[in-house]
Design a protein around this ligand. Sequence first.
Ligand code: SF4
Length: 423
Amino acid sequence: MSSTQTAIPSGPSNRRASRSVLVAHGQRKIWVGGDAPVVVQSMTNTDTANAIETAIQIRDLARAGSELVRLTVDRPEAAEAVPYIREQLDKMDVDVPLVGDFHYNGHTLLNDYPECAKALSKYRINPGNVGKGAKRDTQFAQMIEVAARYDKPVRIGVNWGSLDQALLARIMDENAGRAEPWSAQAVMYEALITSAIENAVRAEELGLGRDKIILSCKVSGVQDLIAVYRELAKRCDYPLHLGLTEAGMGSKGIVASTAALSVLLQEGIGDTIRISLTPEPGGDRTKEVVVGQEILQTMGLRKFTPMVIACPGCGRTTSTTFQELADNIQTYLRDSMPEWKKTYPGVEAMNVAVMGCIVNGPGESKHANIGISLPGTGESPAAPVFVDGAKFATLRGERIVEEFQEIVLNYVKKNYSKEYVQN
Ligand code: SF4
């Protein structure tokens, strides 16, 4: 890099269309980049060496909608378990492609455990954790050679928590020679981007096809992520894996990921996403899949599950029926999707409104495929239901939740079943 370059500016990216990379397992083909929809992926948090526990979590992540699942391969026992995990998943009819996450010893594991290398559909290589000094280039080359041998794509995944220190020192030296040195932040951005692109170029020189490379440069700050990916997108046309690393727990993790990713996705940057949420103790790992899907669906980029439009409730909703119904319907729709996806194509585009009173209830319900307007405080205890904009029924009494669910199911059967659509 010449010392006449300017610091990374902010502003909209002129993202060129990325190339597409195929990540496959058997008949299951997931395209990342090009015109393909943005892919949702996730990562396990089980010990990979515990094959059964890991296979069960991968099954759950896949059923929740994860289109790729990454698992750490950190030691011989884990590498040995990978083909067995794959076998168990295949027996359960779970064909989600698996991505192996390698640090420090990937070159050894991939070479010593060829069945692991073959069972994985993609390898993640962190160029900051490949080795030091003279060993670095050799060990990186060994991993790329395995990928080329088995025709597997790789993600060159840079992370600022494990940035290649030799490369950072080089970029800092170059910066020191500038008439007007960049800020430490700009130097860090440059080091991340340079690490990703230089290693991708090196992988190509080593014989890996250009259509086998995906890049990522993960950081944990929202503004940092936006700045780095805008620049990365300008400088290359490799598909980009997008994610805010160490996003955190609960609402903070969700909000931070959404803030960062939605800005970039809106600019056409990002071909696959992973939401790095820290689960609550005993929490459900599939939450990261749901959040990823919801970001894409609420932005109008993809459709995964029928959407529930619910008002926030206010002083007009003094009973809990409204919250219970909204929650019940949301859960019912999401839980039904793995089966509905096969039986009722297109159902993911359906909208259901659950509204708390007469103020906006009937109006919003008419805009949805199915809507219910519950009685607010002081209103007569009747809940009008609207189907495709017209009044369909009025529900009363203790069984409103069950009866509304029945109306939703009948609507789905009537409008999305294959037989009905064909006829
Ligand atoms: S629809 Fe009714 S209950 Fe819901 S927020 Fe508006 S006024 Fe309140």
